[in-house]
Design a protein around this ligand. Structure first.
Ligand code: G4P
Length: 295
């Protein structure tokens, strides 16, 4: 279900996270490796109030590995520790507790110096809807954690989930809202499935997707749909619509009079893209046309 974010929701979400910050040592900021900037809440620095943070690029199985490496360098350059994982299969998720301890090593060393027995590191996973927070919690816990809901008054006291012996996570993640106002961000999130079609038109999302793919990943698009003619100018809307029609014809999306059912073709393109059938794709690079926000 699409979540509609209104100012009231945002204030409440921000407060809920800030209440939880008092309980934890480190925030785990979960981003989608295919759209690391667009899946980033623009107010995250303000919300986390200087709490130590680990950046986790999730769904890296669907992202372009070269781009993921660039993003890792980018975040490292910005002074963050960053790890790329696949929460669905569990690839590299075990690096999360290790990196969290590394980030907190000074605090842990001080505890030891004072003769204290350092307790497990306490973390909170934060991220926008659909980025994979529940999947990651379940993966780290090694079992299915029932959703407890995040309604004030319902969860009395917090449940801690053990991750090995050295880390504990809050069972309810911090839900941040995506940045909707920027059209480019909206389309990139819709392409990855973070924003549902009710908000943006399916044909428009697919048009945007084909334009991005024709620009950056033409060989994948060509191979998947057996296309022959690369667009001379991917910025030319007519050329993009022609490609969408070609895809529709290849997939039998035809209406009366042999016209292509673009809506049906659009659905196919988006399903393929989100399922990784067009290959491993990243929709934004750290140093390209994106107006790079302060990280
Ligand atoms: P959320 O709590 O942040 O809202 O996200 P959630 O864990 O529900 O994950 C959203 C979708 O993303 C789920 O797919 C989930 O399986 C998928 N997902 C999470 N992490 C990864 C990952 O690292 N790689 C890939 N490929 N997918 C991931 P879904 O289609 O909504 O549900 P389902 O089909 O898995 O049941």
């Amino acid at each position: 279900m699409a979540i509609q974010w209104f100012p009231g929701h945002m204030t409440r979400a921000k407060r809920q996270i800030q209440d939880k910050l008092k309980l934890i040592d480190i925030a785990i900021e979960l981003l989608d490796a295919r759209v690391p900037l667009s899946s980033r809440n623009p107010m995250v620095d303000d919300i986390l109030q200087g709490k130590p943070r680990l950046i986790v690029l999730n769904k890296s199985d669907l992202a372009d590995p070269r781009a993921t490496e660039q993003w890792m360098n980018y975040f490292t350059h910005e002074g963050h520790t960053c790890v790329a994982v696949d929460s669905q299969t569990g690839t590299r998720v075990q690096e999360i507790p290790v990196k969290a301890k590394e980030i907190l090593h000074e605090k842990i060393a001080r505890q030891i110096q004072k003769g204290m027995n350092p307790r497990a590191v306490r973390g909170l996973i934060v991220g926008i809807p659909n980025v994979g927070k529940s999947t990651l919690i379940n993966r780290l816990a090694g079992r299915n954690i029932a959703a407890t809901g995040d309604k004030p008054g319902v969860t009395k006291g917090q449940q801690w989930i053990k991750v090995g012996t050295e880390m504990e996570l809050l069972d309810t993640p911090g839900i941040l809202w995506p940045k909707f106002e920027d059209q480019l961000v909206g389309y990139r999130l819709a392409m990855t499935g973070a924003i549902r079609e009710q908000i943006l038109n399916v044909d428009d999302i697919a048009f945007f997707a084909v334009r991005e793919l024709a620009t950056r990943y033409w060989p994948s698009l060509k191979e998947r749909y057996e296309l022959d003619k690369a667009p001379a100018d991917p910025e030319d809307s007519e050329e993009i619509v022609r490609i969408m029609e070609d895809i529709g014809r290849r997939r039998g999306c035809l209406m009366g009079g042999g016209r292509v059912d673009l809506e049906k073709a659009s659905g196919i393109i988006l399903r393929d893209l989100r399922a990784g059938k067009l290959g491993r794709i990243t929709l934004e690079a750290p140093y390209d046309d994106m107006p790079v926000r302060q990280v």
